[in-house]
Design a protein around this ligand. Structure first.
Ligand code: HH2
Length: 267
């Protein structure tokens, strides 16, 4: 097994927690996606709806207006495959038709009943992420019996559901959903015990880039969390993550090269 894949984040939103508004103009988002591709991203994750704690929802029309031109352009490049970060059927459908190869759904196919069938039909890759509650309420007071066991049980159920809808198991990725209904200690425990998710038999996507637990630990503002992001992702990789979803691809690529040389020495 080589190093983990890097998923570069391309936000086309006015209010993402990490870079809201920076790339709302489609041309800027496209240019940003191309930069991340040049830095070595293996996948570009295009999103038009912020899921940060407390974020307001957005209509499918609005979301599609944001991401449509960006997916069109990036999927038309020779570059890395495009993932669409959405929970909406209409947005996923347009993106898949424009050439997206992956649907990254933070609700794990719970938002729109037909999304699973659409993914099955297109034979795209699918990311199933855990979230407790919804973005408006998820950080209020998350409680688990056992954070890892509870999330594993949820993901096992969502894998069964996806397969029952015709999605091939080989196309499914799982994600514990760092920051989605988790307090700082939950997030840290998920790093330490990430290896337990390998029992589910599917590759793990990990998304901690710039998230608030890093700010809580370091005091750093959201765009100053690269050091914490690197530490978090290297530990996740060491504990079995197969895909790292990050804002800053080049430094993550460097860190992974070093981590990989340490963890997987040439025989
Ligand atoms: N986190 C966010 C969005 N999508 N997808 C996956 N699979 N895993 C994640 O951890 C994840 C995700 C965070 O939400 P948002 O507020 O949109 O910010 P950003 O996209 O800048 O990370």
């Amino acid at each position: 097994m080589g190093p983990a894949k890097i998923m570069g984040i391309v936000n086309v939103t006015p209010d993402s927690f990490s870079d809201g508004g920076e790339f709302l103009d489609p041309q800027r988002a496209i240019a940003h996606g191309r930069e991340l591709a040049a830095e070595g991203a293996d996948v570009l994750d295009v999103g038009g709806e912020s899921t940060r704690p407390g974020a307001a929802g957005v209509t499918a029309e609005e979301e599609l207006a944001r991401v449509g031109p960006v997916v069109d352009a990036l999927a038309g490049d020779e570059g890395p495959p495009v993932s669409i970060d959405t929970s909406k059927l209409a947005v996923a459908e347009a993106a898949l038709e424009a050439g997206a190869a992956m649907v990254n759904d933070v609700t794990a196919l719970r938002s729109e009943s037909e999304l699973a069938g659409l993914c099955a039909e297109h034979r795209c890759e699918v990311v199933l992420m855990h979230m407790l509650g919804d973005p408006r309420t998820m950080q209020e007071n998350p409680v688990y019996d056992d954070v890892v066991d509870d999330i594993k049980a949820f993901l096992a159920e969502r894998i069964d559901f996806a397969v029952s809808q015709g999605i091939e198991e080989e196309r499914i990725w799982i994600d514990p959903g760092i920051g989605f209904g988790k307090n700082v200690e939950h997030n840290l425990e998920l790093h330490r015990r990430l290896g337990e998710f390998s029992d589910l038999g599917r590759p793990i996507v990990f998304g901690s880039s710039r998230k608030s637990f890093i700010g809580r630990l370091t005091g750093a503002e959201v765009d100053q969390r690269l050091g914490g992001t690197i530490a978090s992702n290297v530990i996740a990789y060491a504990n079995g993550a197969a895909m790292l979803r990050v804002h800053e691809v080049a430094p993550m690529r460097e860190a992974l090269t070093v981590a990989d040389a340490i963890l997987q020495p040439d025989p």
